[in-house]
Design a protein around this ligand. Structure first.
Ligand SMILES: C[S@@+](CC[C@H](N)C(=O)[O-])C[C@H]1O[C@@H](n2cnc3c(N)ncnc32)[C@H](O)[C@@H]1O
Length: 163
């Protein structure tokens, strides 16, 4: 199993509420195509906005959960890699840069944070085995859209796996 876990937001709702002037594409579809391109077996959404997003893609499984805790409980035997930008990481959280990180070949979930608030490290138990925090080095500290960071991380995994 190779999975991405993302917070699924209803961008149309944000657009209609006037929070954006242009409407970005639906995050579920961006994740489905990105994760599939790099060989993920699953794309797992935390359905923050209670969307009606479903997709029956036979090449990649979609699972939907209410909270990140539900995902972590279900996959407690897997390796979990939490992704966060360095400016959103509490100073006491030890982490790897993507450049130095050695990816697990299989049985791994890559967990991305909420687009507005990121990951809440106060609620994540990093003392459990097989849990890692990784940050993608960037020139400017502005956090990327999670799916963009996801594409970079999965590309990095592919190139290191193939060495
Ligand atoms: C838009 S970011 C959240 C940014 C947050 N609002 C802030 O102000 O810092 C959403 C998610 O994308 C991922 N992400 C974005 N930039 C990243 C980076 N440089 N390295 C690793 N993950 C990143 C993380 O999972 C993050 O929680």
């Amino acid at each position: 199993m190779i999975a991405v876990v993302f917070h699924h937001l209803d961008f149309l709702k944000s657009f209609l509420e006037g929070r954006w002037t242009i409407m970005p594409p639906v995050s579920g579809e961006m994740w489905r195509q990105t994760a599939k391109s790099f060989g993920c077996t699953h794309y797992i959404s935390i359905d923050v906005d209670k969307t009606d997003y479903e997709h029956n893609d036979e090449e990649i499984l979609h699972e939907k959960y209410d909270t990140l805790d539900d995902v972590l409980e279900k996959y407690k035997d897997k390796t979990i890699v939490f992704l966060e930008s360095s400016n959103n990481l509490p100073s006491d959280v030890s982490h790897y840069t993507l450049q130095e990180f050695q990816h697990p070949k299989d049985d791994v979930l890559y967990v991305f944070g909420h687009e507005y608030s990121g990951l809440n490290f106060d609620k994540i138990d990093l003392t459990l085995p097989n849990r890692y925090v990784v940050t993608v080095e960037t020139i400017h500290p502005a956090g990327m859209w999670s799916v963009v960071a996801g594409g970079i991380v999965l590309y990095d995994k592919m190139t290191k796996d193939n060495k």
